[in-house]
Write a protein that binds this ligand. Sequence first.
Ligand code: MLT
Length: 312
Amino acid sequence: MGGVMTQAQAQNYPTKTITMVVPFAAGGPTDTVARLVAQSMGTKLKQTVLIENVGGAGGTIGAARVAKSAPDGYTLFLHHIGQSTAPGLYRKLSYNAIDSFEPIGLVTDVPMTIVARKDFPAKDMKEFLAYVKANKSKVTYANAGIGSASHLCGMLFMTAIGTDLTTVPYKGTGPAMNDLLGGQVDFMCDQTTNTTSQIKGGKIKAYAVTTKTRLASMPDLPTLNESGLPGFEVAVWHGLYAPKGTPKPIVDALADALQVALKDPTVKQRFADLGTEPVADSRARPEALRAHLKAEIDRWGPIITKAGAYAD
Ligand code: MLT
């Protein structure tokens, strides 16, 4: 924790570069969302918002870093649904997912896709499920560590098909995608912000999307509901935070800048191209993120306990 700011410092904020910590490696879906939002927030705040990638342990290393940072508005944290699953997965976290942070606002909900290396021997989800079950001892699936969205989707997938699979963890699904493209790993469940361009480029195979209805950006991709796994729905929500104790005028200035960024035509278009869209204004507010985070921690706790997916 850093020192307390003066009234004048809070009122003149920001007077220097702001760091936005992304708890996964560069080039992945979380990084993609963060860079788009940071660029636009920086314009509004008239200061550079610099991305710092702090990967590892499914996002909890980055979270711990921000929780210990000075509450002066110069360290922000962009994380997703993993902020709500970590308390159930890690029983020795050095921070509290709610009380160590000041929520600023929700950002976007991103669909996930079941994708495989280009030459994976299945032409649709039905064949994919049959092949994975018949070859469970050799099929490998990539994720970004316990607590990542790709881990959560994989956990739900393995529970749904009643089969454990060999997991290959990475510091983010950016690096994991490189191995999928190279055929070093068989499949993963990853966000459309990372998979859309590779799917459309024919570089990887896509079998299904994890939303209730098909995506406008990839209308030919069936939902898991249609493909033999009814009720399998995962959307990766993202939130922006500051460390606990960040002065309210600064939190409000950041929430205002976030709302402006989410209405930026460039951000909206890029999100649309990548299968997602900014949240409504009312959700890009501190109280909306706090309520959503609490509800999600309460929702995922029992599911994780039932799956026995503890990290420590
Ligand atoms: C994940 O949770 O899978 C992460 O979003 C991966 C990433 O952003 O690199």
